[in-house]
Design a protein. Structure first.
Length: 319
């Protein structure tokens, strides 16, 4: 019984399928007789479907309605969005708006300045710390301020400390003889502290630029991102489509500006903190040299030695 029912059901299914096909063909024939009626192109329709509609319109050139022309206009953005878009960093830069390009160029220059400061300040601070260690050793080995002044290879801020102390002692020679030693020490200390402060300002040159780049670069990149996204939304409204192929390139170009801002800011902050520690170490060495000069001044005042320092060579001293 079951074997007889299966061919019967198959025949019924074939008849039903033939009826549906015939009804659909009749409907299509009626549309052709009344004129080509192309369904409205949805904004989110696939690219292949849009191209097929355009081809069907071009293939049936007998009668084209206004809706067909409108459909062609709607298809145009979809076809343009299918064009290959260079999403490399250089391609996105070249396709970006002039404001976004300006932001990117400024951030690239800021990043270049950051690495330039890193190289130059590293060389400067390494040489400076070697000089400070050498000067500190020579000053601490001297027995009097005159001995330190006669050492020719003391250079830099160490030499400035010695010359300032010597000048103040000469100006205060009559006061020291009358028991004003504490006042002389205070004035020498004041001179040394001013020299050290001026020297600190000199070695800090360049670190302010790093701090500025580290603080401002992310916001400059964000400015480029906001501007780029605004342009992307404007392009979406003009294209009258939300197709990802239309939206994605503009947003990617905008986000590239933020990425460049972070690339410029993060190394600047790290390098700034590194130089802060290095400069603190150099200042400690300079303070050690200043303290050594103050000890020499105190010894000379307590010994009541002659404050007139004569620069002589070891040969002349031996004679």
């Amino acid at each position: 019984m079951m074997e007889k029912q299966i061919p019967f059901l198959a025949k019924c299914y074939r008849i039903l399928l033939f009826t549906c096909v015939l009804a659909h063909g009749t409907t299509v024939l009626a549309q052709v007789q009344d004129g080509i009626q192309v369904p409205a192109v949805d904004k989110t329709m696939g690219e292949d479907k849009a191209i097929n509609i355009e081809r069907s319109i071009k293939g049936n050139s007998e009668k084209v309605s206004e809706n067909d022309a409108l459909n062609v206009q709607k298809i145009a953005p979809l076809r343009s969005s299918s064009l290959p878009h260079n999403l490399s960093a250089w391609g996105m830069f070249m396709a970006a708006d002039w404001v976004v390009k300006t932001v990117m160029i400024s951030l690239a220059i800021a990043s270049l300045l950051t690495w330039t400061v890193l190289v130059s300040k590293t060389i400067e601070l390494n040489a400076l710390k070697r000089l400070l260690r050498h000067d500190g050793t020579k000053i601490m080995a001297a027995r009097t301020l005159g001995d330190a002044a006669n050492v020719n290879d003391i250079l830099g801020v160490g030499r400035e400390f010695i010359e300032a102390a010597e000048a103040e002692l000469h100006l205060s020679a009559d006061m020291a003889s009358k028991g004003g030693k504490e006042g002389v020490k205070e004035r020498v200390m004041s001179s040394l502290s001013r020299i050290e402060a001026a020297w600190t300002r000199r070695i800090l040159v360049g670190t302010g630029l790093l701090a500025t780049i580290g603080a401002v670069a992310p916001f400059v990149g964000l400015l480029g991102t906001v501007w780029g996204i605004m342009n992307s939304f404007i392009g979406i409204s003009k294209a009258n489509t939300t197709n990802l192929a239309v939206v994605a390139p503009g947003i990617a170009e905008a986000l590239l500006a933020t990425a460049l801002g972070l690339v410029a800011a993060i190394p600047a902050v790290v390098i700034y903190n590194h130089f802060t520690r290095q400069i603190a170490g150099a200042k400690a060495l300079a303070s050690d040299s200043a303290a050594a000069v103050m000890r020499l001044v105190s010894r000379d005042l307590d010994r009541a030695v002659s404050l007139h320092i004569v620069n002589t060579t070891p040969t002349e001293t031996a004679e």
